[in-house]
Design a protein around this ligand. Structure first.
Ligand code: BGC
Length: 787
């Protein structure tokens, strides 16, 4: 009998089921008499929020997962994972709820930024690196969301119909890879797959994940995904989260007593939870992991950002010639960068270096103009015109850097949900100019806004029939105009009241638009600034209303008048560098008319510092596209995210991403320029490895991602894509230096799912490439079949 079996024997049935049932928003109960502490979980892939979301307890914010994947560097992913493991330890968290390995089936997925790639191999390798890094700290992960959560529309109820071959070759592949590499957890999705809700999908969770792949970790439900006591128990789920609306607890014990669920099924789940507790150091008698050396979080965030930036176009303007240039920085997002995507992946970073701050720190002469503002809500008030933003929760007070406060789960200051009936945000504003000021409240709940002696609002931003979860993802806004004289301080107070017991989440922002030019005037101002500058850096991107968990995108176009802004700036300044701040592909209709395009994703808290270093050439933009960027939306092989009659069929089968592209895209999978050039000298295949020799043929040190693609040279019994990624490796070399890299070609790369994995024998072209559309060396090999 194992040690865990001994512990199991000492638990009553009620204790056993309590261990499978969330006790609050984020944790499982402790059972002191067996030496088990409470297991705490927390989102998510870019940082570890902790059990609250409070500004007093910030978390390092790494770039978005799309950015991490753009590094094509599993070792860097491990470094990111180690940082998150360290953050988790600091915050008392045992399990990080990530990484997200759903695929980029369509760029319209609202959560595209949170997933890695359209390619299952790249997704799996980045995920394995990340999981390894987190787990080195003795912190668990839950690779999520198993499976088919590749879009958000109706995600709680939709039945995703995935053909078996696509399921195996694409969607399950990253989960399989992480399970094989020793991941300790999986989160099951909200949706159903092929007729069965994932929280109770015995075929996928029990038969495939646990039995076929031998996964010995836990399967955690997505939050409120488990709805059926017996169905979930028999369908392979191990932990139902959170406490709210949980179908387990006493109901599960009852189902065991009445014989609907065998006790052996419960015992298997409890063993898995105890095994996890032992792995993460929450169970006495099991050795604790010695954590790796402490890393500097800001430095990791900076490194990931620079390595992820994809230089998609460069006429030679980058790197910029020096610090003495007069730089025009343009765009609302240059000042208020979107450093992370919306939804459960959000954290409160300790600071954010905006592109404007980063550029100002290194260039001598920097001008700034908003140009065009795509944000539909007024941004949180901040800046020198404001005194401190004080938050008063009755018995607890704290300050926030901008006029926004948000939490989910534990309220700030250790307060209990029931302790909070009111939130008061108070500050003083001194208008620099006289005129019409537009104040705004955004969030959800009941509010009262007072400016000076005027009460501007008293009412509810909570439409009847809307759930709080929905409001958290879709906050509402109200605006009020007040005329104020210049230089006279006015007190501003925003009060929010909570119904008893509802303060487990809050999201409140006080916005302000001071007097200034209208939309035409803003563009004119930016164009004038660009015309008198040596170089124009225009930052464009998406907003929280475009890319977020909870809904899908309706268009790939940049919101607002940003396209017009870029075109007009480029018309007056031939040295226009466009920085794209979006977590996923957007349309760039002016792409061929500007000097450079740098895709920076959601770049995390060190955004501006990494950007400045890359613009100046202190660092190379190291990224390669993990996903194809379209020239026109209609060219994307898959766009459908609207279920019909409750289901959505993946009729395209295995033809997603570059496997399904017919038109020439704007930027191909794997593409991205550096600041040097590479000559691919030689390619051979030795046993199961591609051996590539290449030379840095430029004048500075650089980094290249060597990509290996396979293409079958004759038709086999099963139709296959024209070519696919079989392996990759980043390499670095100094100017003139030659390096050799060995890249494993896994057997799986030659296989198809045909009622089982089958290697398809025959001749294959093996290509070493800079990008999918930039092959450098090709050889042919003969592959033998498998039985
Ligand atoms: C998301 C998960 C997340 C969970 C807890 C859900 O809505 O889909 O990815 O981990 O919430 O925040």
């Amino acid at each position: 009998m194992t040690d865990i079996d001994h512990l199991l024997d000492r638990l009553t049935l009620d204790e056993k089921v309590s261990l499978l049932t969330g006790q609050d928003f984020w944790s499982l109960p402790a059972i002191p008499h067996i030496g088990l502490r409470s297991l705490v979980m927390s989102d998510g892939p870019v940082g570890v929020r902790g059990t609250g979301w409070a500004p007093e307890d910030p978390s390092i914010a790494l770039p978005s997962p799309t950015a991490l994947a753009a590094s094509w560097d599993p070792e860097l992913a491990a470094e990111a994972g180690r940082l998150l493991g360290q953050e988790a330890r600091r915050k008392g968290v045992h399990v990080v709820l990530g990484p997200t390995v759903n695929l980029h089936r369509t760029p319209l997925n609202g959560r595209h930024f949170e997933c890695y790639s359209e390619d299952p191999l790249l997704t799996g390798e980045i995920a394995v690196g990340f999981v390894r890094g987190v787990q080195e700290h003795g912190v668990g992960t839950t690779v999520k969301h198993l499976v088919g959560n590749d879009f958000e529309t109706d995600r709680m109820t939709v039945d995703v119909r995935i053909p078996e071959r696509a399921l195996r070759e694409l969607y399950l592949a990253p989960f399989e890879r992480v399970a094989e590499a020793g991941g300790w957890g999986v989160m099951s999705a909200y949706n159903a797959v092929n007729g069965e809700s994932m929280a109770q999908n015995g075929r996928l969770q029990d038969e495939i994940l646990k039995r076929e792949w031998g996964f010995d970790g836990v399967v955690v439900s997505d939050w409120r995904a488990a709805r059926d006591t017996v169905g979930a128990a028999l369908g392979g789920l191990d932990i139902a989260m959170p406490a709210m609306d949980n179908p387990w607890g006493p109901a599960l014990a009852e189902a065991v007593r009445s014989g609907q669920v065998p006790v052996e099924v419960i015992d298997d789940k409890v063993r898995r939870v105890l095994r996890l507790a032992a792995r993460v150091g929450a169970l006495d008698g099991f050795p604790a992991v010695t954590p790796p050396a402490t890393v500097d979080g800001a430095a990791v965030a900076h490194r990931v950002a620079a390595r992820s930036f994809v230089l998609a176009r460069n006429d030679g303007v980058l790197p910029l010639a020096g610090r003495h240039l007069r730089v025009a920085v343009i765009g609302a997002l240059a000042q208020d960068a979107r450093v992370l995507g919306g939804g459960s992946a959000q954290v409160v970073p300790p600071h954010v270096i905006s592109p404007l701050d980063g550029i100002r720190a290194v260039f001598d002469e920097v001008g700034y103009a908003i140009g065009a503002d795509p944000r539909p809500f007024l941004p949180a008030a901040q800046g020198p015109e404001w005194s401190t933003f004080r938050i008063d929760l009755g018995t607890y007070r704290f300050e926030v850097p901008t006029a926004a406060v948000r939490w989910l789960g534990d309220p700030p200051g250790g307060l209990a949900v029931h302790d909070i009936t009111q939130l008061e945000l108070s500050t003083t504003y001194t208008p620099p100019v006289a005129g019409e000021h537009v104040f705004a409240i955004s969030g959800f709940g009941t509010f009262e806004l007072t400016v000076g002696d005027q009460k501007l609002y008293q009412g509810s931003l909570h439409p009847p029939g809307t759930g709080r979860a929905d409001l958290l993802l879709h906050p509402r806004e109200q605006r009020f105009t007040v005329t104020l004289p210049a230089g006279e301080p006015v007190a501003v107070t925003l009060r929010q009241s909570f119904e008893p017991g509802t303060a487990h989440s809050a999201g409140t922002t006080l916005g302000l638009r001071p007097p200034g030019p209208d939309a035409d005037g803003l563009i004119a101002e930016a164009v004038a600034l660009a015309a008198r500058s040596d170089v124009a850096v225009v930052v464009v991107g998406t907003t929280e209303q475009v890319e977020s968990e909870g809904f899908d995108r309706t268009s790939l176009a940049l919101p607002g008048r940003q396209d017009e802004l870029v075109a007009r700036v480029a018309a007056v300044n031939p040295r226009t560098v466009v920085v794209v701040n979006a977590g996923s592909p957007v349309l760039l209709p002016w792409a061929d008319e500007v000097a450079a395009v740098l895709l920076t994703w959601f770049p995390g808290q060190e955004a501006g510092a990494a950007l400045a270093a890359v613009l100046l050439g202190e660092e190379e933009p190291g990224g390669r596209l993990p996903t194809t960027w379209p020239r026109r939306e209609a060219d994307c092989p898959v766009l459908a995210v609207e279920p019909r009659d409750g289901f959505l069929a993946y009729d395209e089968g295995v033809l997603i991403g570059y496997r399904g592209w017919k038109e020439r895209p704007l930027y191909a999978f794997g593409s991205g320029l550096g600041y040097t050039t590479w000559a691919y000298d030689h390619l051979v295949v030795e046993a199961d490895e591609a051996v590539v020799t290449l030379t840095n043929s430029g004048e500075r040190a650089g980094r290249e991602v060597v990509q290996i693609y396979l293409a079958p040279l004759q038709n086999g019994p099963v139709p296959r894509p024209e070519r696919w990624l079989a392996g990759f490796a980043p390499v670095e070399a100094g100017p003139g230096e030659t390096v050799t890299v060995r890249i494993r070609l896994p057997e799986r790369a030659f296989q198809v799912w045909d009622d089982g994995w089958r290697t398809l024998p025959g001749r294959y072209a093996v290509t070493a490439a800079h990008a999918l559309d930039d092959p450098r060396r090709t050889i042919e090999i003969e592959k033998k079949g498998s039985a």
